[in-house]
Design a binder for this molecule. Structure first.
Ligand code: NAD
Length: 367
C-alpha cells in the first residue's frame, strides 16, 4: 500500500457550511478515488418526500467551485420538480468532474456506484449530460439505486418522448390560459434545439396543425425537421425576434435573459430546457411585465422524471404517460395561484412545491 503525507487545505476562506446553510441542503458527499481518477460530488437537497433522485452529470468544470455550485443548484431544482409533480421523491443530483470523452472508464463508473451504494438508497442516480445508459449499467453493477436503465434491463428506456409529451400538454394548458382554447392548430411555434426532446415536440405540435419554426446547431436535425414536418429553419439568435405565438426553448439553460426577453415577440414561453430563466426573480418578473405567459420549466419538463419514477415503483409506461398528463391541470393551477398572489409563474410553482414538502413534513412528524 502506498502512503501519502497529509497536506492541509490551504484555502483559509473556505466557508462551505455557511453556503450550504443558505441552500438548505441535507447532505453533500465528496467522492475521491485516486486509482480511477474519480472526483465526484453528490448533493442531497431534501428527502422529506422520498429518496433524492437526480441524474449524474459529467462535465469539464473549470473550477471545483463551479462544479459545487452546479450540483447545489441542480439538486434544489430536482426537489421542486418532484414535489410539484406529486412524486414521492426528494431532490438530489451528482456531478463527476472530468471530460466525458476522455476521463471515463468502467472502473470510474463502478467506483462511483460504490459510493452511491454506501448511501443506502438515500440517493438514486440516472443519466444526465455526459453520462450514458452504458455508464448506468456499470453503476448498476455496484448498486441497485439506479434508474433510467434500458428497457432490456427492466427500465423505462429513453425518457425524452415522455418529457416532450409533458412539454406539449404544458404548452396546451398555457394556450388555454392565454387564448381561451388549448388548440395549437394554426399556431406559430418556434422550437430552439431539436434534439431528443425538441424533435418529439415538433412531431406532436405538427400533428396538431401548428406551424413549426426550428433552430439548432446541428444541420442534419434541421434538414430532418424541414423535410419531415415542413418546419421553417431559423438562424441562431433570430429565433428570439420571430413574430410567433409560442417560443419553446429546448436546448440550453439561461436563454431567458434581459436582451432575449426584450426581443421576444410571442405570447407564451413553454419549453423543455432546464433553468431557462437566467435570474429566477428578475427574468420571471420581466416576462410578466412584457405580458408573456411563462410555463415553469421544472414543471412542464417533468415527464422524464415521472417516467424514471415509474421505474422506481415498478415500470408501467401507461401510468407514466397518465401521470405526465396531469401537468396540464397543474400548469393551469399555477397560473391561477400566480394571479391570486400577484407573483410570477415560476415563483408560484416553487410556492406550491414547497407547500407540499411542508405539508408532508408535518404528516411525518407523528410516529
Ligand atoms: P439534446 O442534447 O438531445 O438536444 C439539445 C439540442 O440543442 C441538440 O440538438 C443541440 O444541437 C441543440 N443546441 C445546442 N446548442 C444550441 C444553440 N445554441 N441553439 C440551438 N440549438 C442548440 O438534449 P435533450 O435531451 O433534447 O434536452 C433538451 C433540453 O431539455 C436540455 O436543456 C435538457 O436539460 C432538458 N431536459 C431534457 C429531458 C429529457 O428527458 N431528455 C428532461 C428534462 C429536461
Amino acid at each position: 500500500m502506498s502512503t501519502t503525507s497529509f497536506v492541509s487545505i490551504q484555502n483559509t476562506e473556505l466557508n462551505l457550511f455557511a453556503d450550504i446553510k443558505t441552500t438548505n441542503h441535507e447532505q453533500i458527499v465528496f467522492c475521491n478515488d485516486n486509482a480511477s481518477g474519480l472526483k465526484a460530488i453528490i448533493a442531497i437537497h431534501n428527502t422529506v418526500l422520498g429518496p433524492g433522485l437526480g441524474g449524474t452529470r459529467m462535465w469539464s468544470y473549470s473550477t471545483e467551485a463551479e462544479a459545487l455550485n452546479d450540483v447545489l443548484r441542480l439538486s434544489r431544482g430536482m426537489t421542486y420538480k418532484a414535489a410539484i409533480s406529486g412524486l414521492n421523491l426528494g431532490g438530489a443530483k451528482a456531478v463527476i468532474i472530468g471530460d466525458a470523452k476522455k476521463d471515463k472508464s468502467e472502473a470510474l463508473m463502478r467506483k462511483f456506484g460504490k459510493f452511491i451504494e454506501n448511501l443506502n438508497g438515500k440517493y438514486i442516480t440516472a443519466e444526465d449530460v455526459g453520462t450514458t445508459t452504458k455508464d448506468m449499467e456499470y453503476v448498476n453493477m455496484q448498486t441497485d439505486h439506479v434508474a433510467g436503465l434500458p428497457e432490456s434491463m427492466g427500465g423505462g428506456g429513453d425518457p425524452s418522448p415522455v418529457t416532450a409529451y409533458g412539454v406539449y400538454v404544458g404548452m396546451k394548458a398555457s394556450a388555454k390560459e392565454a387564448y381561451g382554447s388549448d388548440s395549437l392548430k394554426g399556431k406559430k411555434i418556434a422550437v430552439q434545439g431539436i434534439g431528443k426532446v425538441g424533435m418529439h415536440l415538433v412531431d406532436l405540435i405538427s400533428k396538431e396543425g401548428a406551424q413549426a419554426f426550428v433552430s439548432d446547431i446541428n444541420k442534419n436535425s434541421l434538414a430532418h425537421a424541414s423535410a419531415e414536418y415542413g418546419a421553417t429553419v431559423v438562424e441562431g439568435d433570430d429565433i428570439y425576434g420571430l413574430d410567433i405565438d409560442i417560443f419553446a426553448p429546448c436546448a440550453l439553460g439561461a436563454v431567458l435573459n434581459t436582451p432575449n426577453i426584450n426581443a421576444l415577440n410571442c405570447d407564451i414561453v413553454a419549453g423543455a430546457a432546464n433553468n431557462q430563466l437566467a435570474n429566477e426573480d428578475e427574468h420571471g418578473m420581466l416576462l410578466n411585465e412584457r405580458g408573456i405567459l411563462y410555463a415553469p420549466d421544472f414543471l412542464i419538463n417533468a415527464g422524464g422524471l415521472i417516467n424514471v419514477y415509474s421505474e422506481v415503483i415498478g415500470y408501467n409506461k401507461e401510468n407514466a404517460m397518465r401521470d405526465t398528463e396531469k401537468i396540464y391541470d397543474t400548469t393551469l393551477n399555477i397560473f391561477k395561484v400566480a394571479k391570486e398572489q400577484n407573483i410570477h409563474a415560476q415563483q408560484a410553482a416553487i410556492v406550491l412545491a414547497q407547500k407540499r414538502i411542508d405539508d408532508i413534513l408535518s404528516v411525518q412528524s407523528t410516529y
